[in-house]
Write a protein that binds this ligand. Structure first.
Ligand code: VAH
Length: 316
């Protein structure tokens, strides 16, 4: 059975992924780690937690040795919007942190799974049905670190034989843990505000379509690719995966099927709008479907129903 280290375990992906991985691989086989031990009992009390700054290569190596780690799910990162406020921090965490993970993986023969993002594309990328292999000239530090990360992971596979794998994630929607510092976060907050206020003020403007995915599909993608037959993988570290593409008004229309009086208004944030405008409208994920049988389970309607049902309980 695998011994898995999850970095960034208390983030939006990390929280849900750690809980799901413990169900699949066993509580004792998933070591959760994050920079700060925040009060998330389900993760902290559900198994082993280690405080880890991914910039501390010695501590990372010591944890991998102590727990005999053979798989690292590397999630620790600074996201797009915070990255534009703190570009030097984003460079350090997203690239030096990844470098430390790849180096310990090289030395200790550890498999590495780390996500890229639609942010790895830029204004010159074909925006509709964006191909798997195409122009990547992002104009955000987050996107620059994601492209560099994709190339670093490819290099460690071809040069050192490290089994690196990853996906380009769309915006992620979930009810377990809030997102932190992204551009697509609006697509989570709209559901919370629908339950709490029956109204949402969107910082992303009308007509701004982006790829989005429900968190259960993201977790499914991580496990499916992690366990995929390596002989089938032509691409490795940056599979486009998609589930749905929508703009704020599309979510609002779906919410109104459940909350007829829900009101959507706009207060556009020029910084995050510019980031969103630089990203694709929709990705072509045919390579993931061909090479490891990717297929999402949720669309906007089923995600909206599930989100509102869970948030009514969570926010009661
Ligand atoms: C962000 N949620 O908004 C992240 C993600 C596709 C976007 O990488 O920065």
């Amino acid at each position: 059975m695998r011994k898995i280290l999850v970095t960034g375990c208390l983030g939006q992906i990390g929280t849900e992924l750690t809980l799901s991985f413990r169900k699949v691989y066993g509580d004792a086989n998933v070591i959760a780690s994050d920079l700060i031990k925040k009060d998330v009992p389900a993760v902290i009390d559900g198994g082993c937690f280690e405080q880890l700054d991914v910039l501390d290569a010695g501590r990372l190596a010591a944890i991998c040795s102590q727990h005999k780690i053979d798989t690292i799910i590397h999630l620790a990162a600074i996201l797009s919007a915070v990255g534009e406020e703190k570009p030097q921090l984003a460079f350090n965490v997203n690239l030096s942190g990844l470098y430390n993970v790849l180096e310990v993986a090289r030395e200790k023969k550890i498999q590495v799974f780390t996500p890229s993002s639609i942010a790895a594309f830029g204004p010159s990328t074909p925006p509709d049905n964006t191909p798997q292999d195409t122009i990547q000239r992002p104009n955000t530090i987050y996107g620059v670190t994601k492209v560099a990360g994709e190339l670093l992971c490819d290099y460690y596979y071809t040069r050192f034989g490290v089994d690196t794998r990853g996906v380009r994630l769309p915006g992620l929607i979930s009810y377990t843990a809030l997102p932190g510092g992204g551009t697509t976060d609006y697509a989570v907050h709209i559901y919370y505000d629908a339950i709490l206020h029956n109204r949402y003020e969107s910082y992303i403007g009308p007509g701004t379509r982006m790829d989005m995915m429900y968190m259960p599909d993201c977790v499914k993608a991580f496990i499916t690719l992690l366990e995929a037959d390596p002989a089938r993988l032509v691409h490795r570290n940056a599979f486009n995966i998609a589930a749905m593409s929508f703009a704020p008004e599309d979510i609002a229309a779906e919410i109104r099927k459940h909350l007829p009086d829900f009101e959507l208004v706009y207060h556009v944030d020029p910084v995050r709008q510019a980031i969103a405008d630089s990203w694709p409208n929709s990705m072509d994920d045919s390579c993931a479907r061909q090479e490891w049988d990717w297929k999402p389970d949720y669309d906007l309607a089923s995600m909206t129903a599930d989100m509102l049902e869970h948030l009514k309980i969570k926010l009661a």
